[in-house]
Ligand binder design. Structure first.
Ligand code: COA
Ligand code: MG
Length: 286
């Protein structure tokens, strides 16, 4: 699966921002037909995204297109406008039910067959950002074409009637629900947007907290947010060095017949080894 430490949105009708996004070295670029595109710009967004997929070289950045939610009335034309130009993935927002993934998956599979593309080469990422979506997480996460669940904090707060705060305590339950289900199904959990894009320190704190919770990446909305976010979701040199020491010393301790042992005055046993292996695996793919 691709690395998605930062997923940058821009309105799909904004050619200037799309052109800029491909110069930023960001892991994922998400051209938006949903809430980032004004109601009178939906058609222009479809056409501009199709043109970008046709004409621009995205380099190593992933090219994603976000359609309007299933049931909005726009979704079918959204997906049909961009799919012929082979985006790497389709993002479906406000996902509440696995049948909505199946709807998109069937359209995508038909395009893969028709164009001779590899089956499953166009991935699906979903936004879960409503109370119903959180309740249905388990069945949503099991869909085989799904790569990631993106948690939308602002939409979720609106859905449950919560007031957003700086520490986002009102979102903690839902964020951890998303992380847990993603871990169980081996897909990626992607965290909330820091909308205060001029406050780099606030972004750093929120991104590092998200990484500690277990998110694999974060949604962003401005070029200034790329570097801080990608750094926060990259294991630090110290974390990698410590993980290596655990792996090395663990084997020796097993040979001595000890399941638990002491390293730098702290106990190490199997769960710490597993966590260390995760850190190393993550550092390796990045
Ligand atoms: N992607 C790519 N480029 C972007 C960008 C984005 N999301 N946001 C801003 N830029 C570019 C601007 O075009 C400008 O380029 P230039 O220097 O070549 O002129 C540069 O970065 C600086 O932009 P700035 O003036 O600081 O921001 P702004 O006032 O133009 O825009 C926002 C601020 C928040 C309106 C804008 O960042 C935005 O639209 N973000 C995405 C919003 C979105 O998609 N929301 C839906 C999903 S949550
Ligand atoms: Mg949203």
């Amino acid at each position: 699966m691709r690395t998605r430490r930062a997923l940058l949105y821009m309105p799909g009708d904004n050619w200037k921002m799309i052109s800029k996004s491909i110069t930023l070295g960001v892991d994922s670029i998400c051209m938006d037909m949903e809430d980032g595109a004004a109601i009178n710009k939906k058609v222009e967004a479809r056409e501009t995204i199709a043109k970008a997929l046709r004409e621009l070289d995205f380099g190593t950045s992933e090219k994603l297109a976000r359609i309007n939610s299933v049931g909005s009335g726009w979704e079918k034309e959204d997906i049909e406008s961009v799919l012929p130009f082979h985006p790497d993935g389709i993002v479906i927002p406000k996902l509440e039910d696995v049948s909505q993934i199946q709807w998109a998956s069937e359209i995508i599979e038909a395009a893969e067959l028709k164009n001779g593309w590899a089956i499953n080469s166009v991935r699906i990422l979903v936004g879960v950002e409503t109370a119903k979506g959180i309740l249905n997480l388990t069945e949503i996460a099991g869909h085989p074409r799904l790569d990631a669940i993106i948690f939308g904090g602002e939409d979720f707060a609106a859905s449950i009637g919560a007031t957003r705060t700086k520490d986002a305590v009102e979102l903690l339950y839902a964020r951890q629900a998303v992380i847990t289900v993603c871990a169980a199904f081996d897909i990626q959990p992607i965290d909330i947007v820091t909308i205060n894009y001029k406050d780099e320190e606030a972004l750093r704190i929120e991104a590092e907290f998200g990484a500690r919770l277990g998110f694999s990446g974060k949604q962003i909305i401005h070029p200034n947010q790329v570097a801080v976010t990608q750094e926060a979701f990259t294991p630090s040199a110290e974390a990698v060095a410590y993980a290596k020491r655990i792996v090395e010393t663990f084997e020796a301790s097993q040979q001595e017949g000890k399941g638990a042992y002491s390293l730098d005055g702290k106990m190490v046993d199997m769960p710490l080894l597993r966590n260390a292996q995760k850190v190393l695996a993550r550092a390796k793919v990045i």
